[in-house]
Design a binder for this molecule. Structure first.
Ligand code: BG6
Length: 490
């Protein structure tokens, strides 16, 4: 049996944007849980950096309040809390001036030889300046790690520029580009399902798979992020990263070993095999939508607080992976805000049996569908056709082999938050679940022409009602090819 907790070496983790939303909601609670599990060595320090001057004691008091809000009561004991708060320091550091950098370098030097990681939980405009100042003040050593969050650019040119500015100070072997979807337990399980079971691999190709559906549906609106979102839209916010990553993991060839670069090599090959979408086919292969106000639920424009905008809060598209394995099997992707439910899944829809031996009176054969549920109720379902039990001759019906992880592995199974896993991977030096530079750029290379083609469309954004499954045209994207989306259910 593999050990559940892999101890890590002593480290200093500096969080830029240490008082921001991500630090409050995800990073500090995630680190606290790892500390609780006994994974953090006693020397480990967490240094929050932000512009405003504040004493470490004041920051610790804030952190205590955040932990009480975002960690459940059962997990919070006073001694554990005190130990964790004791690891926290605060430094005022200004990304836009030379203020505070010497102090940061000095604090890190005082820690002696240990792993050093800088987490940039700040807007992308600060990535370049922070990297440059880390280099200039000597805080970034040749082995220091840097963690960056999306958005990793707005298009290919800006992503290249960001990557170049990071690379001027940090070697690619030490750059961790976070896509938090890769830290989700079931996303990792997709790799186990595919590559640790001999059952699926022979069927995992265009001969047997009719199509793949990847849905990331959200029931919420923009949650106070209207300004960012209106500049960004669903294609950049969700498809360029999360949905394409899910597509890559579903479509990639088995890597030789489960090692960072071997896994990432295979994902890049998938991105490069995506058939281009541009002016000639954008109307047939993509649908974008924007939710309208209905029954007291605010519409997109209310959420964002603008009078007019063509930014999409919904995207559906058909992607073709042009290689030997997938030629002829489309991948349909869909994501949107204010849909019927929060539901993310990957559905592998298999082709029908080649011939039915049953009489028409037996009823229809239900094609096999393998569904990997990412959230909620993480698990795997295989839909099959069985005989309806009881007398009455041969009657067929659909049924599901349903494995919910919570039921199968016991009520006590804890599915950690993606960040909890990813931050510790940074400290361990494991880049498997992080995006490599060429991967991010390959994703933008495919997205940019779609954005450009949309620019040239008039009235391209279709309205949709909140609480539904997106615009009518998204349904047609499938219907006109004799397929249908799976229901969005909570
Ligand atoms: C973020 C997007 O990356 O992912 C958000 O910027 C989105 O718009 C979020 O709501 C969804 O993440 P999750 O983990 O809640 O599915």
């Amino acid at each position: 049996m593999t050990m559940k907790i892999i101890p890590v070496q002593p480290f200093d983790l500096v969080i830029f944007g240490g008082t921001g939303d991500l630090a409050r909601r995800k990073l500090l609670p995630g680190l606290f849980r790892r500390d609780l599990a006994g994974q953090l060595p006693h020397e480990a320090r967490i240094i929050a950096a932000a512009r405003r001057p504040m004493r470490s004691e004041e920051f610790q008091a804030k952190a205590e309040a955040w932990l009480r809000e975002f960690v459940s009561k059962e997990e919070l004991s006073e001694p554990d809390l005190a130990r964790f708060l004791g690891r926290l320091q605060y430094l005022a550091v200004d990304a836009d001036s030379s203020e505070g950098w010497e102090g940061l370098a000095e604090t890190l030097r005082a820690g002696g030889e240990r792993i050093r990681a800088f987490y940039l939980a700040v807007g992308p405009r600060f990535f370049g300046p922070i990297c440059e100042r880390l280099g200039a003040c000597g805080a970034a050593t040749p082995d220091s790690r840097i963690v960056v969050e999306k958005p990793l650019g707005h298009d290919l040119a800006s992503a290249r520029d960001l990557n170049a500015r990071i690379a001027a100070v940090f070697d690619e072997a030490h750059v961790y580009r976070i896509d938090h979807y890769l830290g989700k337990e079931t996303v990792q399980n997709l790799m186990a399902l595919r590559f640790a079971n001999a059952l699926f691999e022979p069927l995992w190709n265009a001969r047997h798979v009719d199509h793949v559906q990847i849905t990331v549906a959200e029931n919420l609106g923009l949650d106070g992020r209207g300004e960012y979102y209106d500049r960004t839209g669903a294609l950049r916010d969700m498809v360029q990263n999360h949905l394409l990553q899910l597509l890559c993991l579903t479509a990639m060839e088995p890597p030789g070993r489960f090692e960072p670069d071997l896994v990432r090599d295979e994902k890049v090959k998938v991105l490069r095999a995506l058939a281009p979408i541009g002016p000639a086919n954008v109307t047939q292969t993509t649908v974008r939508g924007q939710h309208v106000a209905r029954n007291g639920i605010p519409g997109y424009l209310d959420d964002v607080g603008v009078a007019s905008s063509a930014t999409e809060s919904f995207v559906a598209l058909k992607a073709n992976v042009e290689n030997w394995r997938w030629s002829g099997t489309p991948f349909y992707l869909r994501t949107g805000k204010r849909l019927r439910a929060r539901m993310s899944e990957i559905a592998i829809v298999f082709k029908d049996a080649p011939h039915s031996i049953f009489p028409a009176s037996a009823g229809a054969v239900h094609g096999n569908v393998l569904v990997i549920r990412l959230q909620p109720d993480e698990g795997v379902t295989l839909r099959m056709t069985i005989k309806d039990p009881g007398p009455g001759g041969m009657r067929l019906r659909g049924a599901a082999l349903d494995m919910s992880f919570a039921n199968t592995l016991g009520e006590k199974v804890v599915i950690p938050d993606a960040y909890e896993r990813l931050v510790l991977d940074v400290i361990r030096g494991d880049q498997t679940l992080f995006m490599r530079r060429d991967e991010v750029e390959a994703a933008w290379s495919w997205i940019d022409p779609i954005l450009a083609a949309w620019e040239d469309q008039t009235n391209g954004t279709r309205p949709y009602d909140p609480g539904g499954s997106g615009p009518e045209d998204a349904l047609l994207l499938m219907h006109r090819e004799g397929r249908r989306w799976r229901d969005i259910t909570g």
